[in-house]
Design a protein around this ligand. Structure first.
Ligand code: HEM
Length: 158
C-alpha cells in the first residue's frame, strides 16, 4: 500500500517539477536549514557539556536560539519532504535515508525529554556546570545530529 502511495506521490505534477528542475534549489535550501539547525543546537550542547559559553545562563541561550532551531527545522522538513516527493519510491528503499529518519526521531525524543523533564530544574544549575542528565542530553544530541547529517549526505551515494 505504501509503495502505491509513493508511486502516486512521485507522479504528481509538483513532484515531477521538483524532479525535473527544482531539485538543486530545494536541496540548497535544505542544506542551509540543516546548517542552522545543527549550528544552533551544537551551540547549546557545548554549553550543556561545559565546553563553551560558561558565563552565559543556559536558559538565556536556549530562549535566544530555540526559535531559530525550530524555524530552520521547519524549513528542513518542508524541503526534505519536497525532495522525497520527487523520487519517493527510490528514497523509501534507500537504507541511509531510513537510518537518517530513525536518528532524526531519536534526536527529537532526546530534545523533548530534555525540554520537558531535565530543563524543569534549570534554575538550580543555570549559571553552573549542568547536571549529569543535561550533559548526557548534550552529548547524545551532538552524536545523533552528526548521524542525521552523515546519513543525509550518504543518501545520494547509494
Ligand atoms: C533537520 C533535519 C534534517 C537534517 C539535518 C538533514 C540533513 C541532510 C543532509 C546533510 C543531506 C545531504 C545534502 C547534500 O549534501 O546535498 C540531506 C539530503 C536529503 N534529505 Fe535531509 N535532513 C533533515 C531532514 C530531512 C527530512 C525530514 C527529510 C524527508 C522526510 C529529508 C530528506 C532528504 C532528502 C530526500 C535528501 C536528498 C538526498 C540526495 O538525493 O542527495 N531530510 N539531508
Amino acid at each position: 500500500m505504501l509503495q502505491g502511495f509513493f508511486e502516486w506521490l512521485q507522479a504528481t505534477s509538483l513532484a515531477v517539477t521538483i524532479g525535473e528542475s527544482w531539485f538543486p534549489y530545494v536541496e540548497s535550501v535544505h542544506v542551509v536549514c540543516l546548517a542552522a539547525v545543527a549550528g544552533t543546537i551544537f551551540t547549546v550542547d557545548a554549553r550543556l557539556l561545559g565546553f563553551a559559553s560558561r558565563q552565559l545562563r543556559v536558559s538565556y541561550m536556549s530562549a535566544q536560539l530555540l526559535p531559530w532551531t525550530w524555524g530552520a527545522f521547519t524549513g528542513a522538513v518542508i524541503t526534505g519532504l519536497l525532495m522525497f516527493m520527487g523520487n519517493a519510491t527510490t528514497y523509501a528503499a534507500n537504507t541511509p535515508f531510513r537510518i537518517k529518519l530513525v536518528l532524526l526521531l531519536l534526536a527529537g525524543i532526546n530534545m523533548l525529554y530534555f525540554q520537558f523533564v531535565t530543563f524543569r530544574t534549570v534554575d538550580k544549575w543555570d549559571t553552573d556546570m549542568p547536571v549529569p542528565a543535561a550533559r548526557v542530553a548534550g552529548g547524545l544530541s551532538i552524536g545523533l545530529w552528526c548521524g542525521v547529517i552523515g546519513f543525509g549526505r550518504w543518501i545520494g551515494f547509494v
